[in-house]
Design a protein around this ligand. Structure first.
Ligand code: PDD
Length: 284
């Protein structure tokens, strides 16, 4: 079955889907994006992702490509044409195409691109397997709260992780504190059973999974704190995990050479993973 993507008003064969070589997304990473999980034909936290997209566009003064209602119709249509029940939807908006020049052009039409990927349904047993992470310096720019496609530092970090036999790299700021993973938010559970994740600022992306997990923690009366934590604190934590729309929640069993807890996924994380799985099942 042909894979269909959306490019500027057209539903096209994925193999021929393209934008112009002078698109500012290509030349300046002048572009923002979202990745949505699709479970049982439902877009998980769709409106929260679209809210974050609006924010990213506003922060960079990129014109909205279309109304939210129209965007939702395009999303539905891309899922329908690809017969996607479980997968990931990628949506990117660039400032548009113009002769290469640094200042933002004033009269420019944004480029809108959507692609989908079929994935296996959320599987608690598969996702609950522990992963290893490495720590790396956070060398990114100072507006990590905007979800731009300027992802080279993340790609470098993830490659380093892969070469070290790890799944993710946690980035460390100048004060020795973890900011976040290259494509996920970072969490620990302290020896006292307190859930900790870094508070929102320009240093990290406000993850939608992070937001949902905090809401779940609140509802379940789990004690949590939004604050910075050092790499040393993470290594001596009782548990640790990463969260994102594509990997959901992944228990971490090792950071660099340090085993976390007893080196197996811990009960707090597995409980949160179970609750998140239930949350996705109830999505409509
Ligand atoms: N990345 N932090 C960074 C730097 C990210 O790139 C991501 C997501 C997250 C988690 O955000 P969310 O829970 O909204 O997915 C945190 C996506 C999945 C990606 O780039 O593929």
């Amino acid at each position: 079955m042909a894979r269909i993507s959306y490019v500027n008003g057209q539903y096209v064969d994925h193999r021929n889907a393209s934008v112009h070589i002078e698109d500012r997304g290509f030349q300046f990473a002048d572009s923002v994006y979202e990745v949505f999980a699709v479970q049982n034909s439902c877009l998980i936290d769709g409106d929260a992702h679209l809210d974050r997209l609006d924010r990213s566009l506003n922060e960079l003064s990129i014109t909205q490509p279309m109304s939210r209602a129209a965007l939702k119709l395009v999303i539905r249509e891309v899922l329908r044409r690809n017969h996607i029940t479980y997968g990931a939807l990628y949506l990117q908006v660039t400032r548009g195409q113009a002769d290469r020049d640094f200042p933002f052009p004033s009269d420019i039409t944004p480029t809108l691109v959507l692609t989908v990927k079929r994935l296996k349904p959320f599987d608690y047993n598969a996702v609950s397997q522990g992963i290893k992470v490495i720590s790396i310096d956070d060398i990114r720019w100072k507006r990590c709260d905007i979800k731009t496609v300027s992802l080279l530092a993340g790609a470098m970090g993830k490659t380093q992780a892969k070469q070290a036999g790890a799944y993710e790299a946690w980035q460390v700021d100048g004060e020795g504190c973890i900011t976040e993973g290259t494509s996920s938010n970072a969490w620990i559970v302290t020896q006292d059973g307190l859930l900790v994740t870094r508070s929102l600022s320009t240093d990290i992306l406000g993850g939608i999974t992070r937001k949902t997990l905090l809401a779940i923690a609140e509802k379940e009366n789990l004690k949590f704190e939004e604050r910075s934590f050092t790499l040393a604190e993470a290594k001596s934590a009782r548990e640790a995990f990463s969260s994102s729309s594509t990997v959901f929640i992944r228990p971490i069993i090792q950071i660099d050479d340090a085993k976390i807890g007893d080196g197996k996924p811990g009960p707090f994380c597995l409980n949160v993973l179970k609750l998140y799985g239930q949350y996705m099942e109830n999505c409509s």
